[in-house]
Design a protein around this ligand. Structure first.
Ligand code: HMG
Ligand code: MG
Length: 300
């Protein structure tokens, strides 16, 4: 077992992964308020939206408006999904310095999510990475279904490692391993992470757990013990992919931060302010906060 780190980088995905999955229309001002609340809580990496097809994900059709309304802060890195050159160009027009491309370790999920095979997704990403390099833009890469697929079931860790390595060698500075439907358990998560870590340095690997079966915190800790230092999370446990049946919320950032701080691992995030951000957006969405830590501490 590796020694525990002094700090972990948190990538907050609620404005994108969380709000992409809401049935109701959320006003731009509420989205911007969420992003500002997160920033005020000390979150330094926020995925704020996605330049995806509005026919596929109407919830993010306001990507440009959200981006335009953000107050820029050199100390905070805002990013947005870009599935193809059209999305990348829109992200550039909106002023992003970081984008994320996304593919999967499952062929069937990829077809359902981005309407192409894994190989075709790399063809789409090639010009994005080429342009990004020229313009000094950072590109993050996601691999979905790393511990299971809603259509294909079990996924081989070796397949995850191959797709991840391809993203990394194409120029993604960070690869995020997504347990899209939250089926992973700690030993499987560790095995998958170590398999990928044979090909990519651990400081370029993020873990992205959805919490469908309540395993996300345990999975995160298991991966940290194998060298993971970057954790994706979503305030109030918002999240889910509209093209992954059964995908429920991401692990809540409040729970992750509480666990890490309790272990003496720094995140730079103010837990009370983070909880307030989660309470605010949950009120807008008219739903309970999906975080045990937030619920326990907020009522105090
Ligand atoms: P397509 O229909 O195959 O695209 O969709 P196309 O190239 O054939 O174009 C069709 C139409 O879409 C055209 O418009 C294009 O202009 C337009 P029309 O001529 O019909 O009016 N179009 C676009 N519009 C805006 N922005 C764009 C864009 N591209 C084409 N970027 C496409 C292919 C990839 C666009 C579509 O499948 C798509 O947008 N998929 C996104 C699905 C999505 O966002 N899923 C959720 C995010 S992934 C996730 O949640 C997992 C993650 O969290 C990790 C994990 O948990 O595992 C990251
Ligand atoms: Mg996700």
């Amino acid at each position: 077992m590796m020694s525990l780190p002094q700090s972990v980088k948190i990538v907050e995905v609620s404005p994108r992964d969380g709000l992409q999955n809401e049935q109701q229309v959320i006003a731009v001002e509420n989205k911007v308020q969420l992003i500002n609340d997160l920033r005020d809580a000390g979150v330094k990496h926020i995925e704020v939206t996605g330049f995806v097809s509005p026919k596929w994900v109407p919830q993010l059709a306001d990507a440009t408006q959200v981006a335009t309304a953000l107050s820029h802060d050199e100390t905070v890195s805002y990013s947005a999904l870009a599935p193809n050159m059209k999305g990348f160009e829109a992200a550039m027009d909106a002023g992003f310095k970081e984008v994320a491309v996304f593919t999967a370790a499952s062929e069937t999920f990829n077809q359902k999510n981005i309407n192409c095979s894994i190989a075709e997704s790399f063809e789409r990403f090639a010009p994005i990475l080429e342009q990004a390099k020229k313009q000094g833009i950072r590109v993050r890469g996601y691999v979905s279904c790393v511990l299971g697929c809603p259509f294909e079931g079990d996924i081989e860790a070796e397949q995850v490692a191959e797709v991840s390595e391809k993203l990394f060698t194409m120029g993604c500075y960070e690869v995020s391993l997504g347990d899209t439907i939250g089926v992973g358990t700690p030993l499987k998560a560790q095995r998958m992470f170590t398999q990928v870590a044979k090909r990519i340095p651990t400081n370029s690997l993020a873990v992205h757990f959805h919490d469908t079966y309540g395993q996300a915190l345990a999975n995160i800790l298991a991966c940290i013990q194998e060298g993971a230092r970057i954790v994706d999370a979503s305030v109030a446990g918002l999240g889910g992919c509209p093209y992954a049946p059964g995908a429920s919320g991401n692990v809540s950032t409040e729970d992750v931060v509480y666990m890490l701080h309790g272990m003496g691992i720094n995140t730079g995030i103010d837990l009370d302010k983070l909880i307030a951000a989660g309470v605010n957006i949950s009120q807008v969405l008219n739903r309970p906060v999906k975080s045990q830590v937030a619920n326990a501490l907020h009522s105090k």
